[in-house]
Ligand binder design. Structure first.
Ligand code: SAM
Length: 261
């Protein structure tokens, strides 16, 4: 496969859904290979416990570093290091493999991240549960020279990382060359490209439905006018819904007609 994806979770069955739809097809085509692993397989105690109480007190449980490390050492083919505090973080981490932890208190996962990760050979996702995972887990692998990322998928708290990982995998894999039948459909999307706006509204046939007509210019056959209309609509929509995206735009990307708005 062009990309191998390993997922670690205490609910690996959750990822059965990845065999459906386009991602299922991509796996069939050999484009990507996804494997979900049960974290509890790396435990040694009869209760298969993966969590413990928080040091410093407080509610809930925290995922233990020992179990995670035995699992991740296997998936990343790394030998355990006795004293990681003596390691110096390498300047350039391994470029082919990325270890990703979903985390609501991390930077937001964006389309730009998805685009970058679509070019990697191996992605390993670690799904948190409970109050989250021991902070030394990502730190340890960074010290080992692994490219470790922590991402939030939005400003809300989920019960576990499974939903977040599914969302990230879907966003990443659909950008892989050969995944989509029609490559154009991913080039002209919201959040895509250097000067991304929200996409314009979409319409299909019939031209009038239950008394509602599609904007007339879309029926004109004049591509210049259609493009202009869509661009204006995208600008107006983005200004209204996501003014932060407008502020982030490079003003040189706006053409003269845009600036008049
Ligand atoms: N105590 C954490 C906090 O307040 O930031 C919340 C932990 S949450 C209940 C358990 C796990 O769900 C997290 O470790 C993470 O893997 C996942 N998770 C929850 N919300 C998420 C989000 N918005 N984005 C990414 N992962 C999330």
């Amino acid at each position: 496969a062009t990309m191998d994806i390993d997922i670690v979770s205490v609910f690996p069955d959750y990822f059965e859904v990845l065999n459906l739809s386009l991602l299922g097809k991509a796996q069939h085509k050999g484009l990507v290979q996804v494997e979900a692993h049960d974290l509890r397989n790396w435990t040694h105690d009869v209760h298969h416990s993966v969590d413990d109480t928080p040091v410093g007190g407080g509610a809930g449980m925290v995922m233990k570093p020992e179990v995670w490390a035995e699992c991740l050492d296997d998936l990343l083919h790394l030998a355990p290091v006795e004293d990681a505090s003596t390691l110096e973080k390498p300047e350039t981490p391994n470029e082919e493999t990325v270890l990703i932890f979903p985390n609501p208190s991390a930077p937001l996962f964006t389309q730009a991240d998805a685009t970058e990760l679509a070019g990697k050979k191996h992605l390993v996702f670690g799904c948190g549960r409970y109050e989250g995972y021991d902070a030394r887990i990502p730190e340890y692998y960074r010290l080992q020279g692994v490219d470790v990322r922590e991402y939030s998928i939005g400003d809300y708290v989920l019960n576990g990382g499974e939903v977040a990982v599914s969302a990230m995998i879907e966003a990443i894999t659909r950008l892989m060359p050969g995944f989509m039948g029609n490559h154009e459909s991913i080039v002209e999307e919201s959040y895509t490209g250097e000067n991304a706006l929200l996409e314009h509204y979409q319409y299909t046939k019939p031209a009038t439905w239950r008394g509602l007509a599609v904007p007339e210019v879309l029926l004109s056959g004049d591509h210049g006018k259609v493009d202009r209309f869509r661009r204006d609509e995208a600008l107006a929509k983005t200004t209204r819904i996501r003014p932060d995206l407008i502020e982030a735009l490079d003003c040189h990307a706006l053409d003269k007609k845009d600036r008049k708005e």
